[in-house]
Design a protein around this ligand. Structure first.
Ligand code: SF4
Ligand code: SF4
Ligand code: SF4
Ligand code: FES
Length: 594
């Protein structure tokens, strides 16, 4: 790497060639203030707050956009620089409503912090002469134009990161406003509610409705974890205060998603209104009644212990952790020799033994072949990567019989029977990538193998931890009729009970390990309460095979326990010792997944 030597505030600084003054300063631990700049976004030099003095330059220079060259001499806090920054701040504070005590972001606002940093203690110019509208038409967050500083971070996030291009700027000068599409209310726009604009906004202009006024960042804890709403496994931070989850934000450091989240991952888990199962339930005299863990597990162990291997059935949701799936396999398949086990969702066909690509290949590709899956609906962050790649010039071919969410963006839409046309185009491309799901037919799967060595392949699994579930033997092999004891690890999955019960034999003893009350739990013989996504630790395997850590952010509701612990306790009751600690079980599960 070629290094460039410069001087900053009299201090010698070296930084890689191509760095901006701002990047070089960051590396040297010199703090240059910013407002429109954000590390995840392309710099545009809009706000001018980062101006610095560069020897030999006629005017002050924006540090976020100016590349360093050998011998540059820079002053980052000279009298002239500070004066310019104060003027910019005075103008920004006067332009709209920045009466901080009334703002939700007060205490966490980047504009307010700059005001403190540069000693602004009163308004110099007349303030708030014009009222702007507040648009609260979106479900999850609102836009208060009165707090907006027109930094454009939201617009760049929506266009350059999410590739949704909903946001833009209208009007001129002081009347400029961020708008959605052709100036429609946000709630009626093409916005997909991913919340990336909300996450990058430096002021209170974009405001989360659910966590508003619940405290300052300093009073909150940020716990890194992995989203369990689909098989992408996006890195996220669970933001809590006083044992409650306030919001979810994207983890900028996460390799899979680089900070992006979708609506399903960022907002939906916090709006789940389903009733929790908070304690074990046992059917006595035809009625489900509260029971102790001891009694509930004893009843399950007795039934399982008196059934033969052929009479035991196991169905699992794919939102179970690696640890729970590993223990489920150890207990039921290895120890109890049950082979009638299955998964509550489909899985993509297995095309190859070894991985042939990664999600990161999507944005490097020139042809993207999407077959038998709909990432817009099922793996939204993957759809953002696909659309981003299309923006960069890639061509998309969708091979799917149904109404696919990506169809409007495709250069070609084909039926599965015509997949060979797509394969021909991919064969002539430089860097094709194939994204395939459970909808790929056996014949189409065979045809796709022609591209081995040429294309990167990534399966987009339906469900969540489907890849691990399949590795541990839970796939579509479940045969319902013979089952006398049905153990269902339902977790948080939303499912109609009758579908599952229809699969079991008549009079089967049904055990459900679940987080929420559902028609299935109401018909079960034993219900074991399970912790939800924010209450458990462990790991998940994402669709490309990365094992990702899940961390506990809050205590489980009532007597609920993490999925793996319930199975471990049941194993103990059956006299099978499967491992004592989470660390031990995690290590063994990860080893088997390799
Ligand atoms: S929520 Fe996402 S899609 Fe909607 S405007 Fe913001 S960045 Fe764009
Ligand atoms: S809404 Fe926020 S991110 Fe968008 S321009 Fe205004 S201040 Fe910047
Ligand atoms: S794409 Fe999937 S893993 Fe990522 S935030 Fe959305 S639901 Fe969660
Ligand atoms: S941060 Fe550099 S111009 Fe805004």
């Amino acid at each position: 790497m070629t290094m460039v030597n410069i001087t900053m505030n009299g201090q010698k600084v070296s930084a890689p060639a191509g760095s901006t003054i701002l990047q070089a300063a960051k590396q040297a631990g010199i703090d240059i203030p910013t407002l429109c700049d954000h590390p995840a976004l392309i710099p545009v030099g809009a706000c001018r707050i980062c101006v610095v003095e560069v020897k030999g330059q006629r005017t002050l220079i924006t540090a976020c956009t100016f590349p360093i060259t050998e011998g540059l001499e820079i002053q980052t806090e000279s009298e002239q620089v500070v004066k310019a920054r104060k003027l910019i701040l005075d103008l920004l504070f006067s332009e709209r409503n920045h009466y901080c005590p009334y703002c939700e972001m007060s205490g966490d606002c980047e504009l307010q912090n700059l005001g403190y940093r540069y000693g602004l203690d009163h308004f110099i110019y007349p303030t708030y002469t014009k009222g702007f509208p507040v648009d609260a038409t979106r479900k999850y967050f609102l836009m208060d134009h009165n707090r907006c500083v027109l930094c454009g971070r939201c617009e760049r996030a929506c266009g350059d990161l999410v590739a949704n291009h909903t946001l833009g700027l209208r009007n001129r000068g002081a009347s400029s406003m961020i708008h959605a599409d052709a100036n429609v209310p946000f709630g009626q726009s093409t916005c997909v509610s991913c919340g990336t604009c909300l996450q990058v906004c430096p002021t209170g202009a974009l405001c989360d409705k659910r966590s508003a006024y619940m405290g300052h960042d300093i009073q909150m804890e940020h716990i890194k974890s992995t989203c369990n709403q689909c098989s992408i496994g996006c890195g996220m931070e669970i933001v809590t205060r006083g044992g409650n989850v306030l919001r979810i934000v994207g983890d900028w450091d996460a390799a899979v998603n680089g900070g992006l989240l979708c609506k399903n991952g960022r907002f939906d888990p916090l709006y789940d209104e389903r009733k929790r199962v908070t304690g074990p339930l046992l059917r006595r005299g035809g009625k489900l009644q509260q029971a102790s863990w001891e009694d509930a597990l004893k009843a399950v162990a007795e039934r399982i212990g008196s059934a033969n291997a052929k009479e035991i059935g196991v169905l699992t949701s794919s939102n179970a952790t690696n640890e729970a799936l590993y223990l489920l396999n150890q207990l039921f398949c290895k120890e109890l020799k049950a082979d009638n086990v299955g998964l509550l969702n489909d899985a993509a066909p297995k095309l190859f033994e070894k991985p042939q690509g990664a999600l990161a290949d999507i944005i490097k590709s020139d042809v993207i072949l999407v077959a038998g899956c709909d990432p817009v609906k099922d793996q939204p962050v993957a759809s953002f990567l696909i659309k981003h790649s299309i923006d960069k010039g890639a061509r998309l071919i969708v091979v799917d019989g149904k109404d696919n969410g990506l169809a409007p963006f495709a250069y070609m839409n084909l039926e599965m029977a015509n997949i060979s046309k797509a394969i021909d185009i991919a064969e002539r491309a430089q860097k094709p990538v194939v994204l395939y799901g459970a909808g790929v037919t056996e014949k189409a799967a065979g045809a796709l193998k022609k591209l081995q060595g040429k294309a990167a392949f990534v399966s987009l699994e339906p469900g969540v931890n489907t890849r691990a579930a399949v590795s541990f033997g839970f796939n579509n092999g479940f045969k319902p009729s013979a089952v006398k004891v049905l153990y269902t690890l339902l977790g948080e999955q939303n499912i109609e009970g009758s579908d599952v019960l229809k699969k079991a034999g008549e009079n089967a003893f049904v055990v459900v390990q679940a987080s929420f009350v559902s028609p299935l739990t109401e018909q079960a013989d034993v219900v074991l309460p399970m912790a939800i996504w924010s209450e458990r630790a462990g790991s998940l395997t994402n669709t490309e095979g990365s094992v990702q850590k899940v961390n506990k952010a809050v205590e489980p509701s009532g007597e609920a326990k993490p999925d793996w612990e319930v199975i471990s306790l049941l194993a103990d009751k059956l006299g099978k010792k499967l491992g004592a600690s989470l660390g031990e079980i995690s290590a063994r599960a990860t080893q088997e997944l390799k």
